[in-house]
Write a protein that binds this ligand. Sequence first.
Ligand code: ADP
Ligand code: MG
Length: 394
Amino acid sequence: MLKIEQLSKVYKGGKKAVDDMNLEIERGEFVAFIGTSGSGKTTAMRMINRMIEPTSGTIYLDGEDLAKKNPVALRRSIGYVIQQIGLMPHMTIRENITLVPKLLKWTKEKKDQTAERLIELVNLPQNYLDLYPLQLSGGQQQRIGVLRALAANQDIILMDEPFGALDPITRDTLQDLMKDLQQRLGKTVIFVTHDMDEAIKLADRICIMHNGQVIQFDTPDNILSNPANEFVREFIGSHRLIQEKPSAKIVDDVMIKPITITSEKSINDAIRLMVKKRVDTLFVVDGQNHLRGYIDVESLTAARHTTTSISEAMEKDVFYVQNGTKLQDSVRRILKRNLKNIPVVDEEKRLVGLVTRANIVDMVYDTIWGDEDTENDGNSNNQEQQTGADEQQN
Ligand code: ADP
Ligand code: MG
């Protein structure tokens, strides 16, 4: 849908920020531009919506030369999101979500419909639309921020380091949300980042830039297993390189059978089952095996004196992946979020398996990452982190 041909940008003063860029992006693709600071990512991205005019070269949108398109029409089809700016405190959630539609002069009815449809996608109640940001939790506000990027219903969304300033957990959560919404709504997203983990996690294809040039444009897997040159190899870091090719491994290959319980059972039943099966977590399912939540030793202890019902005691907010998900993605999530395990579900959210931290740590560390990644493990001694020798290279 987007074709970039021999695109260059030379700024006044002679700086060549983008140097003969050529690439094609398909509809519905999530593409990450990644590179060190000053490599031309922002310049390249801004030429796509003509915030910056190219010095030479052509960009085609569905076959049509962008330079010949009416800028208003262009802004209708291409959205732009800069670093996650907070919500406007004096505006309601509804007004915040529909900020761009308002600029595009949509009717009130259409704006309302959009806000109502979007808030549903992040599982917040409709009446929140009339609240002000400060009446929502921080996490809820950030989810609204992501919705705002999607509200104008543009086909292409450009995002320039939108999550750069956030703490790792919030960032991880919003990445998941963004990816989920992008897939569900079929958006084409071009996303600038300097974080390789973020690029690998989100992107269908990654465009690695250096000195204004595209060094490699390929899927995360191909980049990790076949870096184009030494620069890419360094950039992605040896701990991420895929040595052999076990990358095709999916969660289905390693998952085990989870121990489940249905929600009409009692807490005492749950405890008995845990003792009998020697597990610390039970997954709560309905009659059709749909995943509803989980209970573990902590939730049981907390609920013990207040309820005997599993549906009240269980954690409903359960993090899961779909079968077919690449193992590497799941590993990252487990480690990053410090999860004990991740249930695996099918398209209908029926529980089909469980990937545990233990079975992952055993097999994946070695096969996928080699045995190099020990510096992040919490047990390594502190003195080592004080030696500045390595840090100077950053
Ligand atoms: P990135 O987003 O990858 O950090 P940029 O696209 O912002 O890179 O910048 C690429 C290069 O162009 C950098 O060397 C930067 O200093 C230079 N540059 C960016 N904007 C301007 C400008 N308006 N005028 C002159 N040089 C610029
Ligand atoms: Mg930039």
